[in-house]
Design a protein around this ligand. Structure first.
Ligand code: CU
Length: 659
């Protein structure tokens, strides 16, 4: 459902941080493949005869080196550069993983994917699919039946077909999409205001042709427009005075290639076509000692299951990361005013399905923000008052997935905290209502227009390295004690700790009744109070999946069953729903790997935190939804000896806005 971002907005001028731009040559083994390396990789594929006319490049990314190469580098080591290409042969109906060694300029291995496995949908396929549908005589006839006369005004929105065990025999083995349709009243109109939801167009992506049109009860088109573009907004409020963010001495961060340093934090910026932004080797400099916190952090999967059980809608379950790739759908942030202040943008090159390499300018935004108070106390007896402003470093990217926008933000704070925040905005997907009709599975948001209930469920994959690679996870539940001789007034409560020693013990859900959180500790290192050093994973907004455990979508979205999973670190276990969730016949990922019930105590672990926004739409979410935010925090818990931000200086007395 990708729509290329339109470049017709006025481009605001940003101050740009006076720091080095992203390097053309890799400076570090974890740097994403550069433009030159991607071109070299495509050349190796062509010369090795892997890119015939019918073959498409699904993705091409760095194979990250082994963790110990990074964590225990040896002096004088030169570093390897390897790439993994996922290729789709549309003629042979087969897909391959081709590993490339860029130093020896050779193909290292070729692995054919098992029959039935479909790699992610490519950007070109959206465009080609829409064109194929418009060309189809079947489609034109179906439109006529619905009184739609101009096919050019129809938005054909291809959704991944998924795999539900309900597939027709004729569909078996085909790479498919199921297109939903919307009609604009003019070329720049918001098509989501008028769903043509009595038909689903099933497309064979190998042949790029319509297989059939599934038809349902015809509902009239909703009557109201839902426009959001500036030319349609005739009245804008007039009482907004400017806020200028100025940093006359420049930002407090430095950037060298993909290495960022800010305050006591240091980390590397990565980017993949699938996850988008990735953070590597997050380290805190504690009084001159570099202390690792996280080896790698990314949002590795998401799924958006919809609640409408009707035949045309139960397959609306986009895995926007595993089925589409957020890096491929990332916005170029020069187009809008997404970040304010002195900004450093990172560019990352992308490869299209034909192997053409293009830079994505301003893919990732880095800037500082004032964030209210950091700490404060007034001694009312002495009149002494101290307050410190909180400054945070924000690094983010935004992906447009068809109708929706997802902003992914990581924040670093001066007290040693890290926060991940996802911002949801964009346009809700809609269905039509007959006059007077309401839906049990959605909210009416305009005349004859329904926005179905759905959930946005995200999975973060975190590789902790709290003061070293071997970590454990402890669950903490606060429990009130019964009134007893020990607790005669009934006020007692305790924080109970439980070690999660195995994969099965570590399958957990949030619990607001016990204020549950999880502590990632290094059991081999104690702080001065004798406690193991650790970081606390603090859940934010969350809820369970509302699908039944035996729902057909749960075969592929099984990772949503728990909010916390802990697995032993494995470079092969990267994505919560497995490598290829698109049309996967049985499902893959966390529920399958954890069957082995491996030990996850005092070893290299992967922490998977799953968090969900339950979207019961409001009329106010239409026509464009104001941002909804959710995420989680990682807060030091025994990692430092005391508040790590005591050394933040007081605000300068003459700061213009400090009163
Ligand atoms: Cu939503």
């Amino acid at each position: 459902m990708a729509t290329p971002t339109e470049a017709n907005h006025e481009i605001p001028k940003h101050e740009t941080a006076p720091v080095a731009r992203t390097s053309a040559v890799p400076l570090h083994p974890l740097d994403p493949l550069t433009e030159v390396e991607l071109e070299e990789a495509v050349r190796i594929l062509r010369e090795g005869d892997h890119l015939g006319d019918m073959v498409r490049v699904v993705s091409l990314n760095l194979i990250e080196p082994a963790r110990d190469v990074i964590e225990k580098p040896k002096l004088g080591d030169s570093f390897e550069r390897k790439a993994l290409a996922v290729l789709l042969d549309r003629g042979e109906h087969s897909a391959y993983e081709v590993a490339l060694d860029l130093l020896s300029k050779a193909v290292a291995s070729v692995k054919q994917l098992p029959p039935g496995i479909q790699p992610s949908i490519m950007l070109d396929e959206f465009i080609e699919c829409e064109l194929a549908v418009r060309r189809s005589l079947l489609f034109q006839a179906a439109l006529e039946k619905r009184g739609v006369t101009d096919a050019d005004l129809v938005m054909v929105e291809p959704w991944s077909a998924g795999s539900y065990g309900t597939e027709l025999a004729e569909d078996k083995g085909l790479r498919r999409m199921r297109a939903l349709c919307f009609v604009r009243s003019e070329p720049r109109d918001n098509g989501y205001a008028r769903p043509v939801d009595s038909m689903v167009v099933v497309v064979d992506l190998y042949k790029m042709e319509v297989i059939r049109i599934e038809e349902y009860e015809i509902a009239p088109l909703p009557p109201e427009p839902g426009n959001w573009a500036r030319e349609y907004i005739t009245h804008v409020r007039k009482d907004l005075k400017p806020v200028d963010i100025t940093q006359p001495e420049g930002p407090s961060f430095t950037v060298e290639g993909n290495l960022v340093e800010w305050q006591k934090w240091k980390f590397r910026v990565g980017f993949t076509s699938r996850e988008g932004l990735v953070l590597h080797t997050i380290i805190y400099n504690d009084q001159g000692v570099e202390r690792p916190v996280l080896y790698r952090a990314s949002i590795c999967e998401m799924v958006v299951p919809y609640a409408d059980p009707r035949e045309q809608y139960y397959r609306k379950n986009a895995f926007d990361i595993g089925e589409y790739g957020l890096g491929m759908l990332a916005n170029s942030l020069a187009l809008g005013c997404d970040c304010l202040g002195v900004i450093h943008y990172f560019d990352f090159p992308l490869v299209d399905s034909r192997g053409a390499v293009t830079p994505l300018k301003n893919a990732v935004c880095l800037h500082e923000e004032d964030y209210g108070i950091l700490w404060k106390h007034t001694d009312w007896r002495t009149g002494q008052s101290e307050v410190r402003r909180s400054r945070r470093l924000s690094i983010s990217f935004i992906a447009t997935v068809g109708n929706y926008e997802y902003g992914y933000y990581w924040y670093f704070y001066q007290d040693g905290s890290i926060q991940c925040e996802v911002k949801l905005t964009g346009i809700m997907n809609t269905t039509a209502l007959a006059p007077g009709e309401t839906s049990r599975y959605g909210t009416q948001v305009a005349s004859q227009l329904n926005a179905p209930y759905h959930q946005h469920i995200f999975a973060a994959r975190l590789l902790p390295s709290i003061d070293g690679p071997n970590n454990s996870v402890v669950e903490v539940n606060t429990v009130s004690l019964p009134t007893s001789p020990e607790n005669p007034h009934g006020n007692a409560f305790v924080a109970e700790e439980t070690l999660l020693a195995t994969e099965k013990q570590a399958q957990r859900r949030v619990n607001s009744a016990t204020a549950r959180f999880w502590r990632v500790i290094n059991p081999n290192k104690k702080n001065r109070l004798g406690q193991p050093v650790g970081y606390r994973l603090v859940p934010g907004e969350n809820c369970p999946p509302f699908m039944q455990p035996d729902a057909t979508i749960m075969r592929r979205a099984g990772f949503t069953a728990n909010h916390l999973w802990v697995t032993p670190y494995s470079p092969q276990e990267r994505f919560a729903a497995g490598d290829y969730p698109n049309q996967h016949p049985t499902g893959d990922g966390l529920p399958f790997w954890t069957q082995k019930n491996r030990k996850v105590e005092n070893t290299e672990i992967a922490l998977w935190y799953v968090f969900a926004h339950n979207h019961v739409p409001r009329p106010e979410d239409w026509p464009v939804m104001p941002v909804a935010m959710l995420g989680f925090q990682l807060r030091p818990d025994g990692f430092f000896e005391r508040n790590a931000a005591m050394d933040v200086p007081p605000p300068a007395a003459k700061t213009a806005c400090c009163h």
